[in-house]
Design a binder for this molecule. Sequence first.
Ligand SMILES: Cc1ncc(COP(=O)(O)O)c(C=O)c1O
Length: 387
Amino acid sequence: MAINTNNNIPLNQEYESEPVAGFSDIFRWLNTPKNSLGKDDSIYYTCNGRGALYQLFLNIPSEYGATVLLPAFHCPTVVEPALSAGYKVKFYDVDLEMGKAFGDFTSLVDDDVAAVLVINYFGFKFNIDKVVSSTNSRFALIEDNSHSFLDARTFRVSAARGDASIYSFWKLLPSTIGGGFTVASSFFEPVHVEIKSSVKNSLQCNKHIFGKALGRFFYSRFGQAGREKKKLLEGPVTDRNINKSYPFSKLESLFKLPWLPRKIMHYSNLESIVSIRRKNYKTYSSLLVGHQRFAALKPILEDDVCPWAYPILLEDRHNNDYVLRNKGLLFFTFGEILHPELKGGDEAFSQAVELSNNLLCLPVHQDLTDAQIKQNCQILIDYYRDS
Ligand SMILES: Cc1ncc(COP(=O)(O)O)c(C=O)c1O
């Protein structure tokens, strides 16, 4: 069901999680100075976050172990790069607030662990105390800043606390693709690979960005009439095929980030993005308090956070989300599909399974208007009042 909000951005699935470039984003480099990201030459660019992880795993010196320790609650795109780089994977559980390691972390860290990955979920700093105090043996601490590369106080890439950080810029910026990594200690001596992708690939990327900008332009002129009708969903997601949903390719992980997305990234207005995303987050916070059937995962927005989304825990989300989508709710999921290497039925991963079944992410991106955020809240509140 399409809802008329009298706003420029359609309530359409493609606008749910990430911002989309308009022509002003594409051509901003012509009349605007570079932002702090564009001036930061410590970043090694890749086409996405998974590519950055793969390149980092390839860079772990060979004298270290053969296992990478990953959070049980994750996106499968963090597991594939480790496996593809030749590592075994083990998982540690995270608590239901997604703020710290849960359970006995120390027993998992032995001499065979070459790297531990921590995810700063939704842009909130993960507590690394357990990780850094876990053992005397040396491993790489990799911080996954894929959900939000930006520090909301400095408008720069978040400062690394471990040996290296990875980023997925397209989650906050309208560049469609773009990832990267930085290295903060002597653990890594990075060998950064950049293979020029084929002309066809680069053209396809540009076509995609321009196509979306054109779609956005037409929508702002002609509204929903100019767009395809959204397909109603019939039931919960049952396709658990990670290769389809989260494709990973060793070759693409080495591709050079093309020119156009790079330009969009380096000339985006980071201050304005931080301010809108934080404002949207606070609107959700103020409108979604005190409901019995769902609760904010991170009620307090710390000063340094530029949020990826407004995460909530919703009872039995996986059986309600498709109904909510049909009612026009804008949302996306994270961790809905866990990597099959995380073996089912293990007690230790109960939190991950619970999060996977109940987490729902409400978008806060800079293309959304106040009216759309309010309407999103209303859909959710109405649904639970009526059901
Ligand atoms: C925590 C985390 N790390 C890494 C990635 C991979 O980022 P990308 O999609 O840019 O490859 C994702 C993707 O959503 C993610 O959620």
